[in-house]
Design a protein. Structure first.
Length: 370
């Protein structure tokens, strides 16, 4: 049996990805807002179509497509210690300024019947529309000192997330959260992309995505000390930046060390390659004056082979400020699988689909002061 046949027989996309050395960097979502809702288990693969959630998804689609709001909805499961019968938790995070280090947090504990109403008010506020958010002030609690780890265990979407996500969740919940004296909470959460990197989690309020995690990496992730380079292959990126800037930010972090996490930062693409045969059509479509079309083009139309990136930064006290510039370029491909075989949408006997995925490298990384 060939190596390719062996991988085809594997049913877990994350095993294929990790075995072939797929780099997870650049796969974090780029968000300005997070809306996290508590909802009781079990969850189906059509969780976002549930009656209590579907109206919110409709509002979110309008924000994303019409106003180009970068919004991430996530569902979390009730916890035996954190949760309260008859009430749901709603967490809302937003980007505070252009240069920033972490998202600002608001937390509410509301009666279950009012969950959709509160979430609607938050979405209306994001849209700049009149809302009834003031009616929920008495339900707001200050939990800004609490760090939240959201581990994807949504096996009805992809079996890899339950197979590999749940053991990591249990370790984080039963050991690290327990030892944190109330400063860390660990949640089971719904799918947020990146099945092939299971076990995968989001670290808030920082907004970092992680994947391909192993138990011996958790001390580094939770305590943020030790040999940072050991987390390199687990880092999917910081959600305050887009794909290619995430790749550059990782290199800067490795160079600068743990203190980099406290630096305010922002990124931009200076120039990029629209990519091969799509170049002409990309330039043509970009001239059409439709905000919705422009958003869809930017999200889906091309995958550049290279990009030049600038990341501005400032230390907490402002004494160290400047920018890094770098070039990101394709350096090859690896075989991966974006979804496990036998997942909820297909026959259990169907093999996973293997496909090539571009891999990138950073060149010409330089610091630009002044």
């Amino acid at each position: 049996m060939t190596a390719l046949e062996t991988l085809s027989n594997c049913q877990f996309c994350s095993v294929v990805s990790k075995t072939n050395g797929e780099d997870p960097i650049g796969t974090a979502g780029n968000h300005e807002h997070w809306l996290i809702l508590e909802a009781a288990l079990p969850w189906s693969e059509k969780l976002m179509e549930e009656p209590a959630i579907k109206p919110l998804i409709t509002l979110m689609k309008g924000l994303i497509l019409e106003q180009q709001v970068k919004l991430r909805p996530i569902i979390i499961a009730p916890d035996r210690e954190y949760s309260r019968a008859g009430y749901n938790r709603v967490l809302y995070y937003h980007q505070p300024t252009r240069l920033f280090t972490q998202f600002e947090k608001q937390e509410y504990w509301v009666p279950e019947a009012d969950t959709t109403r509160l979430a609607t008010a938050l979405l209306q506020k994001i849209a700049g529309h009149p809302n009834e958010l003031e009616a929920f002030q008495s339900y707001q609690i200050d939990s800004r000192h609490i760090r939240e780890l959201l581990v994807c265990t949504h096996g009805n979407v992809d079996v890899a997330c339950s197979r590999f996500g749940f053991p990591i969740y249990k370790t984080l919940r039963d050991k690290y959260a327990l030892e944190s004296e109330g400063h860390l909470r660990v949640w089971r959460c719904s799918h947020f992309g990146g099945h092939q990197f299971a076990p995968t989690l989001i670290d808030l309020p920082q907004g970092q995505y992680w994947g391909h995690l192993e138990p011996d990496r958790l001390d580094l992730l939770v305590y943020r000390s030790g040999e940072l380079s050991k987390l390199r292959s687990c880092y999917r990126g910081w959600s305050g930046l887009e794909k290619f800037a995430q790749m550059v930010e990782r290199e800067i972090w490795i160079r600068e060390g743990w203190d980099w996490l406290d630096y305010r930062k922002a990124g931009q693409i200076l120039t990029s390659d629209p990519g091969g045969a799509s170049r002409y059509f990309y330039k043509l479509l970009k001239q059409i004056p439709s905000k919705r079309l422009q958003f869809l083009i930017n999200q889906r139309s091309h995958k550049p082979n290279w990009a030049e990136i600038r990341i501005e930064f400032s230390s907490p006290d402002g004494t160290d400020a400047g920018a890094y510039e770098a070039r990101v370029e394709v350096c090859g491909e690896v075989i991966s699988a974006l979804q496990s075989g036998g997942h909820a949408h297909v026959s259990r006997r169907q093999r996973l689909k293997l496909q090539p995925v571009k891999q990138y490298r950073i060149s010409q990384l330089r610091r630009c002061d002044g």
